[in-house]
Design a protein around this ligand. Structure first.
Ligand SMILES: Cc1cc2nc3c(=O)[nH]c(=O)nc-3n(C[C@H](O)[C@H](O)[C@H](O)COP(=O)(O)O)c2cc1C
Length: 328
């Protein structure tokens, strides 16, 4: 039975990737995840705001001396306080040394600009790929959706222009014309699209007059949105596609593959059940495939995508009508 897949140009034995978050904070834990069969790991994000021009100047003061990370690091001045970005590079190197599977660094970013030089340092520190976590607060009333999209496309183009390793883009689900935007990312060379960022819950404490933010673990119901997003893009973009959000069971992975995903990222289920869950999910996939006589995931990939439907917009609209007015 063949669970093999290609994600960001990397050949993986199966599509189960550990998603960005705290699971890979400890290199020993990263090795444990590899031992339980993780196909690749995504590190938690480093934030654009933490990568200041000054820090970059320090990193890149070594430019005239050579451009390898080892050299650059040895020339960088000792930081007075712990530097997030520098620590991140060291952490990346430690995780890389601990495992043989691909390690994907994650950058949370809002604007284009000088900080994108930092992505080069991630490459030099050994990252096998970079995942750009695009974030936009959408609170500026003078900024149009076209402005926001232009800025995001610019970031991706800029980072792509600097790196030789693949660049994936993790996206929020809230775009008016999602397919069009994905095409623009495709055109500037995004190697992968990761659907979707899961927003944390926000509530108001009316006594303390405070905003209460919670990041609750997901369940399989969170899968619906990414399934829809991947189904809409499968076969229509060059970039490989990954699902994040709500992948908890072997059946979730089968569904993601059927709509066209090349990889599935897991966080909540591993936080709740531990690394062994990877092995169980893989067994569930194999058992389901055997029972339903599928010999490879490649054969089922995309067979439930919108591309397989002659007129997806009309099909969707008809389903919507039928659901609300079953006898209408
Ligand atoms: C505690 C925690 C920390 C996270 N940190 C990051 C992060 O640094 N960068 C990122 O892109 N996503 C981060 N995520 C989001 C996950 O990568 C993932 O997209 C989300 O949890 C949905 O997947 P799940 O349903 O498998 O949990 C984090 C999630 C959790 C639960």
């Amino acid at each position: 039975m063949n669970l093999g897949t290609t994600y960001l140009g990397m050949l993986l034995h199966h599509p189960l990737i550990v998603g960005s978050g705290p699971l890979t904070d400890d290199p020993d834990r990263a090795r444990q995840l590899e031992d339980e069969g993780a196909a690749a790991l995504v590190l938690r994000s480093v934030y654009e705001e933490d990568i200041t021009g000054e820090q970059l100047a320090a990193f890149f003061s070594a430019e005239s001396h050579g451009d390898s990370f080892a050299e650059a690091a040895s020339y960088a001045p000792e930081p007075e306080a712990p530097l997030g970005p520098e620590e991140y590079l060291e952490h990346l190197q430690r995780v890389k040394a601990a495992v043989r599977i691909p390690v994907i660094a994650s950058l949370n970013c809002v604007t284009s600009g000088g900080w994108t030089l930092y992505a080069q340092l991630l490459e030099q520190a050994g990252a096998d790929a970079v995942e750009l976590h695009l974030y936009h607060a959408a609170s500026d009333p003078t900024m149009s959706s076209a402005d926001v999209e232009r800025q995001m496309v610019q970031i991706v183009g800029e980072v792509k222009g600097r790196l030789h390793i693949p660049v994936a883009v993790k996206l929020p689900p809230l775009f008016t014309a999602f397919g069009h935007f994905a095409h623009q990312l495709d055109e500037v060379g995004a190697d992968g699209l990761v659907l979707f960022t899961r927003f944390h819950k926000v509530d108001i404490d009316v006594v303390e007059l405070d905003v209460v933010r919670t990041l609750e673990p997901s369940d399989s119901s969170a899968l619906q949105l990414p399934l829809r997003g991947v189904a809409a893009l499968s076969g229509r973009v060059r970039a490989s596609l990954a699902v994040t959000g709500g992948v908890h069971t072997g059946l979730d992975v089968i569904k993601a593959t059927m709509v066209g995903a090349h990889a599935t990222q897991l966080v909540s289920t591993l936080l709740m059940n531990g690394p062994r869950r990877l092995r169980t999910i893989r067994q569930e996939i194999e058992a389901w495939m055997e029972e339903n006589e599928w010999s490879s995931l490649d054969l089922m990939r995309g067979n439930m995508s919108f591309g397989k439907i002659p007129n997806p917009a009309a099909f969707e609209r008809q389903n919507f009508r039928n659901l609300l007015t079953p006898h209408g």
